[in-house]
Every structure is written in C-alpha cells, then in structure tokens.
Ligand binder design. Structure first.
Ligand SMILES: NC(=O)c1ccc[n+]([C@@H]2O[C@H](COP(=O)([O-])OP(=O)(O)OC[C@H]3O[C@@H](n4cnc5c(N)ncnc54)[C@H](OP(=O)(O)O)[C@@H]3O)[C@@H](O)[C@H]2O)c1
Length: 479
C-alpha cells in the first residue's frame, strides 16, 4: 500500500507519520515544503518529496503510484486571504489525486456547522466540500474533530495554563457551550485506520469523546491535575476581552487565542455515528486520560509535535527565512572555547531559551518578550518543545529554528513583532564560539530600532556567549 502524507511537519501530520512508519507493509511518502524539517524521520525508509500544493508538477510527481493520500494542510495564519489559499490548495490537491488515480483522500477538518462557523472553521468546511466534490472520480473520507487534546496542542496548553494559574476564573458565557474533545492519539488512530476501512463512496466521520461544556473541560482538567477550581460565567466578557485574557495568562499569541475563542462560541458536536459504525475498535479515551497522557509527555520531554511547528504563522516558509544575505546590519561577538570539546559547546548552545532561560540577563529577554506579546507576538512564554534537543521548525520563545548544522551552526529567525527581519546565529568554528545578529530594517523606524538596541546587544550577547561556555564547563564537570 502506497501512502502519501501531506502536512507531515505539522501537529497532526507528524504524529500520524510517526504511527504509520511502524507498519512495515506500508510504503510512505511525505510531501513537505522543507525537507530539513523532517530530519527526525531520516533513519526510516520513507520517500520525501518537496513542494507545496500550489505547485502542480510537484504535486503530480508526489502523487504518482499513490493509493491513499492524507490531506492535513491549512493556510491559516499566512496573512492575506487564507480562505482563498485553502480553496485553491484543496482543488489543486483533489485534481492531482484524480489525475494520478489515487483511490482515496483522507482529510481532517473541524467540527461545527456553517451557520455559526468562525472564518477559520468555514474555511475548513469549504476545504472538505472541495475535496469531496467529485465522488464519481475519487473517494474522500472527511474526518471532523473539535478540540484536540494532546501534549503540544494549543487547546491543551491553554487549558493547562488556565487551570494551573487561576484558582478562581471569571469566564465568558461560552463556557456553557457544548463540545466533544478528543485525545490526539485517538485522532491519529482514526486517521491511520482510514486507509484500510472497507467503505464505498464519500463519508463524513465526526469524531470525539463524550459531550461536555467548556466549563466542564476546565473543571475536569483541574481535577485530573489534583486542583480545585471555581468558575463563574459572566455575561459581559466579549470575545475580544477573552482573547486578551488568554494572551495574558497562557502561552498562545493573540492570533491563535482569538481564532480559538471565535470557534468556542458555537457548539462542536458530533452529527452522525459513522465513527462508531466504521471504526468500532476505536474507543476514544476520556478527557482525564487525554490530559494525563499529555502531562506525561510534557514531563518526560516527549512532545512529538506542537501547535507552532508549522511555518505558516508569521514566519512564513522556513526556506525563505534561511537567507541571511539580505541583512544590512551585522553585529558579531566571538569567544575562544579553549580546551572544550566543540560538540559539548554545541549541546549547550542547543539548550538555550525556554525553561532553560537566557542566563544572567534572562529578565531583559523576558521584558522584551512581554513587549512583544503586547504587540501580538509570541514573546518568551511560548518556550520550547523539548528542553534538550532542537529540530528545524522548532520554536524557542520568540525565535524559530531555521537551520541546524550538527555540532556547527544554529540559526534562529526572529518571530518578534519588529520593524525588520532579524536572525541570531551561533556558530562553532575553529575552537571559537561566534554569535552573529543579522538585521534587515523596514524603513526609518527599523533603522532607529537597530541603533536603539545596539548597546543592549553588547550586554546581552556577550553574557550569552560567556554563559554558554560556563554552562559547557559545568556540564562537562558533572559528567
Ligand atoms: N491541531 C488541532 O487542534 C486541530 C483540531 C481540529 C482539526 N484540525 C485539522 O487538522 C488538519 C491539520 O492541522 P494541524 O494542526 O496539524 O496543522 P499545522 O500544525 O498548522 O500544520 C499544517 C501543515 O500544513 C503544511 N502546509 C501548509 N500549507 C501548505 C501547502 N500549501 N503545501 C504543502 N504543505 C502545506 C505545513 O507545512 P510547513 O511546516 O512547511 O508550514 C504543516 O505541515 C487541519 O485541517 C486542521 O483543521 C486540527
């Protein structure tokens, strides 16, 4: 069986790929925009094709001899008219599947009805309709899920942050809205089983666990964490205020918070029993179970994918952001590493930021992060997926990892709200640790910003280099 997975660098696609590679009877091909983002799978026998869904020859090439194709893509966050991009992407994909005699498209979209759908959900519904539009030529299995709970999912991180931090919650009316959350592992089980289910024609499969209100979700999550929480819904909490509140308390930025809040205003309830009928062997776990699994993965540094893995958001495609040659200003600091092993120094470099912090001037990074969040950016709250290792596409606070050369180079692209494009590069070369800030200003304000932070660079960057070396020595001594 030949399978194509799109969106394999995203939250769901990465987990599905991880599950399907266990099945030695499958020939798996990934269709990704940047091969570097899937280095983790390089030891496994899979084919990797590069391209995007707006590139027809690349799509045709990737879909040759494929039996089943997963569509796990969306354009939200890319700016401009994401609905139009989503429509084009879906119709390109469907037509390319038809041209290449693919037997089945498997798509995961959102739960909810058109009448009350947010802009984001509406686009997900349209995508499903477009993929299913030619049932005489290709079959589409369209899965629909609401809140997905798992380590690294935006919904889980919001729930987790809210119940951990707030003993008493004054909440908007929407906490009474009904929903059916589902554990990410169950979503992946349905998607994985979808390739062999014996069913004819297009199918819409609603998936979820038991029905509950968002308020119940908060209470039950608190209970699973051993916490007692009090929730008081009030009528005057507008969606905008709720989104600001989420930005203040949780680690998601405004854009994600507001999209989620919009989605929570309408019920997300299962509309048919196709999931039970077609996949009787899958029994979705309870919310408590989903939360416990997520916390286990969080505590054991086993977060396979995260809501900010995809390049879609502000940073756009990673490939575009790798090119530092456009930089107008460059600021470089250098340290000799002496007798230290270069590999040891690099492993300290790979641990910067997130929970590990930014050493002595962590508070300055945090102040800068708080300012960034005020302007709608990620700030430093976003942290890291994994506190020890990094892969291309990972986030470190307000940075995105855009290049890694093992034991040599880490390149970060800034996702701060800046009047500029900015990069931070850490290189180990010839027994030296070299930090370089690259900067491309947007107009006069961008230039003024560069000169205003330049004195700060001296303090913060010099400290960063000294601290990395100190940290390496500490690690080596402890071994
Ligand atoms: N996550 C949830 O909580 C959730 C809940 C309900 C439903 N869903 C549905 O599940 C599906 C997958 O969502 P997700 O959360 O996994 O998304 P995600 O993490 O944002 O990942 C999106 C993926 O799509 C890829 N992509 C975007 N545009 C592309 C294009 N034009 N060509 C090729 N690849 C492209 C991205 O690649 P890059 O890495 O290169 O950016 C990334 O791999 C969506 O349909 C979503 O509506 C998700």
């Amino acid at each position: 069986m030949n399978i194509l997975i799109t969106g394999a660098t995203g939250y769901i696609g990465r987990r599905l790929t991880n599950k399907l590679i266990e099945d030695k009877n499958l020939k798996i091909r990934l269709f990704v925009r940047n091969k570097k983002k899937i280095e983790g799978f390089k030891n496994v026998v899979i084919e990797i094709y590069e391209g995007d869904t707006f590139d027809m020859p690349a799509l045709d090439n990737a879909l040759k001899n494929i039996d089943f194709a997963y569509y796990l893509i969306h354009s939200m966050g890319k700016g401009g008219d994401f609905s139009e991009l989503d429509r084009k992407s879906a119709s390109n994909f469907r037509d390319a599947c038809i041209r290449n005699n693919v037997k089945r498209i498997i798509y995961l979209g959102g739960l909810g009805v058109k009448e009350t759908a947010s802009e984001h959900l509406l686009s997900r519904l349209e995508t499903g309709e477009i993929l299913s539009e030619k049932p005489d030529k290709i079959q589409t299995l369209w899965f629909r899920a609401g809140v997905i709970l798992g380590s690294g999912s935006a919904s889980f991180e919001i729930l987790f942050d809210l119940v951990r931090k707030l003993p008493v919650m004054i909440t908007p009316k929407w906490v009474k809205t009904k929903t059916q959350p589902i554990a990410v592992a169950d979503v992946v089980s349905y998607l994985a089983a979808a390739k062999e289910v014996d069913v004819k024609g297009n199918q819409i499969i609603y998936i979820g666990s038991e029905q509950m209100s968002f308020g119940d979700m908060l209470r039950r999550t608190a209970k699973a964490l051993g916490l007692k929480r009090y929730i008081f819904p009030v009528p005057f909490f507008s969606p905008k205020l709720s989104s600001y509140w989420l930005v203040f308390i949780t680690r998601v930025p405004y854009q994600i918070a507001s999209a989620l809040i919009e989605g929570l205003k309408s019920e997300t309830i299962i509309q048919n029993d196709n999931a039970k009928r077609l996949f009787p062997e899958i029994k979705p776990v309870s919310l408590e179970n989903a939360v416990e699994n997520a916390i286990y993965e969080l505590q054991h540094n086993k977060i396979l994918s995260r809501w900010c893995d995809s390049s879609i958001a502000d940073a756009c495609d990673i490939k575009v952001q790798q090119d530092i040659s456009s930089a107008v200003y460059v600021d470089r600091k250098v340290r000799e590493i002496g007798d230290l092993n270069e590999r040891d120094v690099f492993s300290a470099v790979m641990a910067i930021g997130g929970e590990n912090g930014w050493f002595n001037y962590n508070f300055l990074w945090k102040i800068r992060g708080a300012m960034d969040r005020l302007f709608g950016g990620y700030g430093t709250k976003r942290g890291r997926r994994d506190c020890k290792t990094l892969r291309v596409g990972d986030s470190i606070d307000f940075w995105k990892v855009v290049d890694i050369v093992p034991d040599k180079r880490l390149l970060l692209f800034s996702e701060m709200k800046l009047p500029a494009k900015a990069w931070l590069e850490l290189v180990i070369d010839n027994k030296r640790l070299i930090l370089t800030a690259y900067y491309y200003p947007f107009g006069l304000f961008g230039i003024l910003y560069w000169y205003s932070v330049l004195p700060m660079h001296n303090i913060v960057f010099n400290d960063l280099l000294d601290s990395i070396i100190k940290e390496t020595k500490k690690r080596v001594c402890n071994v």
